[in-house]
Design a protein around this ligand. Structure first.
Ligand code: EPZ
Length: 424
């Protein structure tokens, strides 16, 4: 297992870029199950999770190819119109987003056998809402041997309200409803930009979908969809992570492709912490962050979009660990998303967790130490803390990082960081 060695090396300076969005690309790749023919996606990030989704789609019967040499990379999927509608545990256990094939398989082929994802480091992460939604559309769902077995003659429209807002739950229901018979209304829908991008692509494929309210979608099912070409948007969480890297090191960094429209709550908190953020244009539009000499403490709580994203919580925890004073974080989305706290404390942070709240007493310095990554955003948090820490930090189990960050060590090194991957 690889690890990263990071040596605190002062402020990051220069320009970098955000790659294609992991959480946009995953549902888009799954949507290829809905239409026979050849689908083409540009700006698909080279990530472990993307490779896992492509492996799963090949297992189901799609032909996939990834153009690695081109930068950014692109992906072509050919759907021959027949499928082995199964998502095996060996694949699903490594990536929960595999559940995104459930809706499309049911809608296109009338059956699906998908392994239950099992929990992960940040929480139980059930899929009960996905199943409740598909049942409302006429699917017959049974659980057996750790698998969901679902069948449907043809899904029919439904008026469904999510008790809890669910990003992939909304995405699964959108894809299923696109080929169902009749009208589906999705209430309390997730509003993340990745959901909006899936709506746009499904409409390109011929789906009839409208946003009736900011959190309500209406889908008129059609008989068939056709494949399309699409360029995946930039990863807003990677962009946010790179901006925090500038903030925590007292730097001055331009992140190309960072979109202010998708980062409102994050920009607001970075400004509250004392950072100057401006929209600039170098080779393309992006955001520039100039860090203050001292980070101001703040309160934040994670919420569904457009609130502060839970996927930026760990990164801000690292930033606030060196703030001038006491901060408080409330994690309202996942029940166990503080796995990074113990590791940050090993680097000298003063953080106390009580339930879903974390109290962070800012310290003047962090010290390099051997630490262990536990989940994707926790590993990003440790990298950020290591960039600020005095001395060398070795971060083990960076396969977590590789799930969601493309070439992070190259991007950070280009900005002046001392980061080295140690092959284990
Ligand atoms: C998506 O996960 C993202 N993943 C996550 O990003 C992100 O953290 C999360 O949304 C919240 O924004 C992808 O888009 C591939 P949810 P998802 O369903 O859809 C509960 C990252 O770091 N819930 O919106 O799995 C659930 O337990 C990853 O890139 C149910 O109870 O999250 C959680 O508490 C991590 N039953 C809350 O809802 C369900 O059936 C929100 O989960 C579904 C969800």
């Amino acid at each position: 297992m690889d690890s990263l060695s990071v040596c605190g090396n002062g402020p990051l300076k220069g320009q970098t870029f955000a790659s294609g969005s992991k959480n946009a690309a995953l549902p888009l790749l799954a949507s290829a199950l809905l239409a026979e023919g050849t689908h083409h996606f540009e700006n698909v990030p080279r990530l472990a999770d993307i490779r896992t989704m492509l492996k799963l789609l090949r297992h189901i019967g799609l032909e996939t190819s990834m153009e690695h040499n081109a930068h950014p990379s692109s992906c072509t999927l050919h759907n021959p119109g027949k499928a082995n509608p199964e998502a095996p545990y060996e694949l699903v256990k490594t990536m929960r987003a595999s559940v995104l094939v459930l809706g499309p398989l049911l809608a296109k082929y009338g059956k699906a056998k998908v392994s239950l994802p099992g929990g992960c480091a940040i929480g139980a992460r059930p899929i009960d809402l996905h199943l409740k939604a598909l049942s409302a559309m006429g699917a017959h769902i049974s659980l057996s041997g750790g698998y969901v077995e679902a069948t449907a003659q043809r899904l029919h429209g439904a008026d469904f309200r999510f008790d809890t807002i669910s990003v992939t739950g909304t995405e699964n229901l959108l894809m299923a409803a696109s080929l169902a018979k009749g009208t589906t209304r999705i209430r309390n829908a997730a509003q993340e930009p990745e959901v909006a991008e899936l709506v746009d692509v499904l409409k390109k494929m011929g789906a009839q979908i409208e946003w009736e309210k900011p959190n309500e979608l209406v889908v008129e099912g059609v008989e068939a969809l056709t494949p399309c070409q699409h360029t995946v948007c930039a990863d807003r969480i990677e962009a946010g992570t790179l901006l925090v890297a500038a903030a925590i090191t007292g730097g001055d960094v331009f992140v190309q492709n960072a979109q202010a429209a998708h980062l409102g709550a994050v920009i607001e908190k970075l400004r509250e912490a004392g950072c100057e953020i401006s929209q600039e244009h170098k080779n393309g539009p992006g955001l520039r962050l100039v860090a203050p000499p001292h980070i101001r403490p703040l309160q934040l709580q994670t919420q569904e979009y457009p609130g502060f994203p839970t996927d930026m919580q760990a990164q801000f925890m690292a930033l606030l660990s060196i703030a001038d004073g006491d901060s408080e974080i409330a994690e309202n989305i996942f029940e166990n998303r503080y796995m990074h706290v113990a590791e940050l404390c090993r680097m000298g942070a003063h953080i106390h967790v009580s339930g879903t709240h974390a109290l962070i007493h800012g310290v003047s310095k962090l010290s390099g130490a051997p630490v262990m990554a536990t989940d994707l955003r926790a590993s990003a948090s440790l990298v950020l803390a290591a960039l600020r820490a005095e001395g060398t930090t070795t971060i083990s189990r960076v396969y977590h990082l590789d799930r969601g960050y493309e070439q992070l060590e190259e991007k950070l090194s280009h900005l002046g960081a001392k980061v080295e991957r140690l092959h284990g």
